[in-house]
Design a protein around this ligand. Structure first.
Ligand code: 5GP
Ligand code: ZN
Length: 112
């Protein structure tokens, strides 16, 4: 895995910081958000480090496609198959962890 020193999500992928695993395969790792904003709030991250989803799309597009497939699977397993997928990109957009990640929100009727 291409990991970055002092990256929170690299440490979670490596198991150095505990997380509640929801799904894992060769390309991605998914775990419950520590501070859920919906009944189901899962983060899906590439195992390799990229700062944001744009860099991920440029360097490892198959993994971005995988993230969308896994989001659908999680939403079907844990809820009714509908979901909101969010990639905060840049500090002013609300990104606080600079390892690309998708928020999957589902499990209830989401506010607009
Ligand atoms: P961002 O604000 O960068 O889009 O999303 C970062 C997310 O990571 C936030 O929703 C936050 O609750 C979550 N988060 C931050 N630290 C941890 C942690 O140590 N463990 C888990 N499971 N989630 C975290
Ligand atoms: Zn990282």
């Amino acid at each position: 895995m291409a990991q970055k020193d002092d990256c929170l999500f690299c440490k979670i992928v490596a198991g150095k910081i505990p997380s509640t695993k929801v799904y894992e395969d060769d390309l991605v790792y998914a775990f419950n958000d520590l501070n859920p904003k919906a009944k189901v709030h899962v983060l899906i991250v590439p195992k390799n480090h990229y700062d944001n989803v744009v860099e991920l799309e440029q360097k490892e597009p198959a993994t971005l496609a995988r993230i969308i497939e896994v989001a659908q699977k999680i939403a079907s397993d844990k809820a009714d198959g509908t979901f909101r997928l969010i990639f905060n990109t840049g500090r002013n957009a609300g990104q606080s962890v600079f390892h690309a990640h998708a928020h999957v929100l589902t499990g209830e009727v989401l506010p607009e």
